[in-house]
Design a protein around this ligand. Structure first.
Ligand SMILES: NC(=O)c1ccc[n+]([C@@H]2O[C@H](COP(=O)([O-])OP(=O)(O)OC[C@H]3O[C@@H](n4cnc5c(N)ncnc54)[C@H](OP(=O)(O)O)[C@@H]3O)[C@@H](O)[C@H]2O)c1
Length: 258
């Protein structure tokens, strides 16, 4: 029987693979048989993830890349294509969070978050899509957030720019899915709820009032555990989702439905 989740022979590009959810997903891709290109700005951390992938018997290729910089992205994707010969899967996961309401945010903060979270998804996709077309198809998974559909009102956790970029990622997913289906490329996004990572461990996880309200509100009564996003990412990156495109899957224990 065909294993719908098998990624053997596939090459996955993961942005933001130096920590958190991206590093976890990169390992999951390798566990399901894929070779993995790891992109982010911190080479040492990419190399640490690469070593874990190599230990699984898969090929890992760490490349320094700033997703907000077009030359950096162009150069990184060209190195990946040369190294592996083809690209089949793209996980646009790199992201940053900035707190502040519009009347508090500096324009430079707005530009930085939009440049990473939204322009970054556009740029990496721009240079990867031609390779997916050349391969006869592929899978793109964009990391949005539960904060694309719900906002925080606790004053020191308000993140207007973050909300905007993650809703923007959902919009980009829709447009790309509508255009690229004809090339056998599916484009979907995942919306994590709360997961511990560099982004959240010293902010949200340390904020007692937020944690109390998140856990009380959440039908499952807790944040996500490391690894609990991987199943959705592998599903959206594999033959199991061959006829699923343009969808937003929120992985938040139900926090956004109550
Ligand atoms: N954790 C959560 O609760 C949660 C919830 C919803 C959505 N998310 C989303 O999940 C994604 C991963 O976040 P995380 O929680 O795993 O946080 P994280 O541990 O801080 O990881 C963020 C990753 O993005 C990379 N990155 C940031 N700016 C970059 C740039 N300009 N170019 C290339 N890479 C860049 C970082 O690597 P370098 O610093 O090495 O470049 C790092 O690998 C983000 O898109 C985030 O918005 C997370």
């Amino acid at each position: 029987m065909e294993n719908l989740f098998d990624l053997s022979g596939k090459v996955a590009v993961v942005t933001g693979a130096s920590s958190g959810l991206g590093a976890d997903a990169a390992l999951a891709y390798a566990q399901y048989g894929a070779d993995v290109a790891l992109l982010a700005r911190r080479l040492e951390k990419l190399e640490a993830t690469a070593a874990k992938i190599t230990a699984l018997g898969r090929n890992a290729f760490p490349v320094v890349c700033d997703v907000s910089d077009e030359d950096s992205v162009k150069n990184a994707i060209s190195q990946v294509a040369e190294h592996f010969g083809h690209i089949d899967i793209l996980l646009n996961n790199a992201g940053v969070a900035v707190t502040g309401a519009v009347d508090e945010l500096e324009k430079s903060q707005w530009d930085k978050i939009v440049g990473t979270n939204l322009t970054g998804v556009y740029l990496v996709s721009k240079y990867v899509v031609p390779h997916l077309k050349a391969a006869g198809g592929g899978k793109i998974v964009n990391t949005a957030s539960v904060n694309a559909v719900i906002a925080d009102k606790i004053p020191d956790l308000v993140r207007h720019a973050y909300n905007a970029t993650k809703r923007g990622v959902q919009g980009l997913t829709l447009g790309m899915a509508a255009s690229y289906g004809v090339y056998n490329i599916t484009v979907n996004d995942v919306g994590p709820g709360l997961f511990e990572s560099e982004m959240t461990e010293n902010t949200l996880f340390k904020h007692e009032a937020f944690m109390q309200s998140y856990n009380a509100q959440n039908p499952m009564g807790r944040p996500g555990k490391r690894g609990e996003l991987n199943g959705t990412i592998i599903y959206l990156s594999s033959a199991a989702s061959s006829y699923v495109t343009g969808q937003h899957i929120i992985v938040d224990g139900g926090a956004s439905i109550v």
